[in-house]
Design a binder for this molecule. Sequence first.
Ligand code: AMP
Length: 633
Amino acid sequence: MQAMNARQAAENTPEHFWAKAAEQVDWFKKPNQVLLSNPDGTHQWFADGELNTCYLALDRHVEAGQGDRLALIYDSPVTQSKKTYTYQQLLDEVSHFAGALKRLGVGKGDGVIIYMPMVPEAGIAMLACARLGAVHSVVFGGFAPHELAVRIDDAKPKILLTASCGIEFDRVIEYKPLVDAAIEEAQHQPEKVIVLQRPQANATLNDPMDLDWHEALKGAEPTGCTALQSTDPLYIMYTSGTTGKPKGVLRDNGSHAVALLYALRNVYNMQEGDAWWGISDIGWVVGHSFIIYGPLMGGCTSVFYEGKPVRTPDAGAFWRVIQEYQVKGIFCAPTAFRAIRKEDPEGELFKRYDVSSLKHIFVAGEKLDSPTYHWLHELSQKPVYDHWWQTETGWPVTAPLTGLGETDIRAGSTNRCVPGYNVQVLRPDGTQAEANEMGSIAIKLPLPPGVAQTLWGDHQRYLNAYLGTFPGYYHTGDGGYIDEAGFVYIMGRTDDVINVSGHRLSTGEMEEVVATHPAVAECAVIGVADELKGQLPIGLILLKDGANISHDTLEKELIALVREKIGALACFQRALVVKRLPKTRSGKILRAVLRKIADGQDYAPPSTIDDLSILTEITEQLREAGISETKSE
Ligand code: AMP
């Protein structure tokens, strides 16, 4: 009831609703303007408010006498080490590191790229940037040098922060050579690269650009919080769009703080002092919102885990961490539970631990398949809540409001709208679909606080990509339907974005890489369903006339190329040479049909294609390669 009332209140009187929610924030200057509408359809929340996100995450808890409370628990099975930080200790580390950055000339509005593994220094660096008003951009450590170079050129950072290595299971991956290669490729050059030396690898530092992390800190004075406008940027988070160029999603300070505090308490039901575990990486939006900023702003204890669901050391790792830190709530992508289930289907390892502290499990990032849901729920005996959001929104769009006592679950649904989001299903002509009718999932404007209102350096792309498709709506890129009780069902992307292990990747970007191979005339990269990873990319390749290369060799070279240019996280493992690619008369490759063929789904042969035999030909080739079981309608 309370939850439904909150939804209603946010819809009826959004300004009143969010002004009230904003009272949870300790502003330096309270906002008078709640919501401003811009002529281009975007909005600004709390525009004249002033605050500092790092102050909210650290200082205010210390000032309130909570300095001894645990803020961060670093648990690293890959290095067999653990470390805890109280709020006071974290504040000391962050204010000193901010002092070090300031001494290097970093201030409000300057860019800082953080290319680091899951070490606490990475979180410290994020908060230090927030303290100064510098705009951080964390680049996931799994990205290859080319991807890092693209982000360096877009974000134009003054400083780049890195570590000597990351650790994948038992493999040490040296980061410094990757950073060096990226800087070599990039047009823009950061002034300094600060390197955290880890015991597992020693990075070579080159004069005059490189600086050792501890040297940078030596003698640095702690620095205070810069007062920022609510709409000043906090961070850029790059995410895949439909083209090769990633989108720099820009997050503000004020509305982000209001939204995360609202979500932490009302969606996840996390109160001050509760232990929370966002099982992700700081290289993704979940890591920003629900490892660092959300839980710390909310005074929780946040688990910061450098490990995997399995093999670090085994599939009991999650349950061990929950028991050890008395974790009350977790958030994870379903792929992690699929990996655990594969190795421990009967839950033998689960039984070794006491997870009674855990109240619920939230999953998001990709479709929660029903076998995984049932397995996890039956094993853990905890509510498993599927919920849905995107890098752009920064916090949940649909979710149960467990903090308001809501516990409803409907199979296959990511739950109802969170207050502030008016989600609707639209037909191609923009009219509203009936209940249970499939269509494009869109959010009626204005978007609630927290959601990105622009892309870094490319506002027009924001307008085109999100607001241009359906006037008055934000276009999510997802398809699905809403049932008669308001539960939302997300069926997947309607564009060329795929989801590999919960990571959002652009097939367009992979196509650009594959197309650089000298033997490739044309290609299409599509996502096919995979039991463990959700989706996997496969390349369909047209060879150049006279290309003299065996299909096996070509496949190997393309796999290596994608790995080198994008990174191992793309999981590009198949490339098939085809005789022809199906196209529309205007020359566009029919990717949606190819996806359906590869997934073995029924498809209606499109009227825009001249020669239907191409589809039969491809279906046969995919079947021969063991990729599909397709039939056409
Ligand atoms: P990202 O921006 O990387 O968080 O990816 C966002 C995309 O992941 C969404 O647009 C959806 O396609 C997908 N996604 C996120 N959460 C879910 C979910 N609970 N169920 C199905 N798909 C999801």
